[in-house]
Design a protein around this ligand. Sequence first.
Ligand code: GLU
Length: 261
Amino acid sequence: MYKKIISIIMLLILVCTGCGKKQAEPMANDLNTIIKRDKIIVGVKTDAYPFGFKDEKGHFSGYDATLARLIARGILGSDKKIEFIPVTASDRMMKLYSGDVDMLIATMSITQKRREILDFSNSYYTAGQAILVNKGSKIRSLQDLNKKRAIIVFGSTSEGSLRTAIPSLEIIGYKTYPEAYKALKRHKADAIVADDTILMGMALKDESVELLPKKYTKEPYAAAFRKGTESKDLIKAVNKIIEIETRNGNLRKIQESYGIR
Ligand code: GLU
């Protein structure tokens, strides 16, 4: 009986000395979380043909979505182990930081300013800002937009660069690229300024608009991650996959299939 009481007291002491002591938290690691979950959650565009859009059957498609599937296959062994979350230029960072997505593959350019709050993979494509006008327009260059109106999409790099490049320009913003395109067609402004790749997607489907050939910036697209140590292993894994898929020619083939090479 006495022995029993002693062992109960010992047990209580052991339990209580553990009380109040903080367990060492395991370091957050996004790659491990994905592996444990056995699914990767990726934010992609649905408004940016041919990089991120939904096909006739409602499937997430485009170069970005295809690359995301290759990443799922590389990390989890199957391109089916993926969930896509639609994002726009203006809500993508919020969806990343709220934890809705593990990463963004969303026509997102690496910029110095974004590097302050995001981590990026290596670049998987380079676009450039260009101008889309209605056919017959007198606008032939960025300078011609002086004292005119231009359309941008909120949260895109062209929103920032245009405001500084041509301060006299009146800028109208939209949330998505299809809305921007409709506004141009209704002559609400003289041009859209955005990535050539996205504008090309519009021009390919519509002969009444014209994509001007000059590119004004370099837009290196990359996968974006929450900034910090939790992302390090995931970025390494993604970079490895981008490297393999570049070397084996897969990325080139995918680009060709979407007419972006
Ligand atoms: N690449 C540009 C950016 O990251 C424009 C495309 C977009 O709106 O996502 O802002």
